[in-house]
Design a protein around this ligand. Structure first.
Ligand code: AMP
Length: 215
């Protein structure tokens, strides 16, 4: 099953994807890697690779990395063996040109649109904390790590993403509305879109996800 998770920042795409990987692998008997372009960029920044140096200021500002760089990255990732049978694309595509390019190198089965009001997004992003080691998402109110600042899963440092700070959050929401939201109509027109109510807690969203597919 080749899936796109679409929705504003903070809708819970990454959190659900971490759960959905296991559900899909079991249901279809093959790996379904969670491919997050944001996580790939953050790992490149941490490693200070040429890609990381190129994109750091862009991520910090909340703007989008250019389509050419992003498309090349995803095309290479999808060509790897583990993505042959299925995948979850989280945070890609984010523009119409990215969606058009993707159609040229992969056949997407379904696009899940994470529906969530603006206020809930602001609350989630304001409290989000991320592990520097494994990328796991926590929340200071809803899902705290057992020990302050330390990841329950890998012991890595739990920190606030620079782009989860208030000015960058506003910018990312503007960018989402202007450049990414048009993808809802794009994929609806192709008959690929399914809405998922992303407001409830993680367990309920997992149930909504299973019903939406269904698996
Ligand atoms: P995310 O973790 O999905 O919120 O992404 C964090 C940041 O990475 C975004 O604000 C962008 O700067 C960059 N980014 C991630 N995915 C894309 C994409 N598909 N196109 C352009 N920039 C992206």
């Amino acid at each position: 099953m080749k899936l796109i998770f679409l929705g504003p920042p903070g809708a819970g795409k990454g959190t659900l994807a971490a759960r959905a990987v296991g559900i899909l692998e079991k249901a279809y008997g093959m790996p379904h890697p969670h491919i997050s372009t944001g996580a790939i960029f953050r790992a490149a920044i941490a490693a200070q690779s040429p890609l990381g140096l190129k994109v750091k200021a862009i991520l910090d500002s909340g703007k989008l990395v250019d389509d050419g760089t992003t498309i090349e990255l995803v095309q290479e990732r999808l060509a790897r063996e583990d993505a042959r049978g299925g995948y979850i694309l989280d945070g890609f595509p984010r523009t119409i040109p990215q969606a058009e390019a993707l159609a040229g190198f992969s056949h997407v089965d379904r696009v899940l649109n994470f529906d969530i009001p603006n206020e809930a997004v602001l609350e989630r992003l304001g409290g989000r904390r991320v592990c520097r080691g494994c990328g796991h998402n926590f929340h200071i109110v809803f899902d705290k790590p057992k020990q302050d600042g330390v990841c329950d899963h890998c012991g890595g440092e739990v920190y606030t993403r620079d782009d989860d700070k208030p000015e960058a959050v506003q910018k990312r929401l503007e960018v989402y509305r202007a450049q990414t939201a048009p993808l809802i109509g794009f994929y609806r027109g192709k008959g690929l879109l399914t809405n998922v109510d992303a407001r409830p807690d993680v367990e309920q969203v997992v149930e909504n996800f299973k019903k939406a597919l269904p698996v």
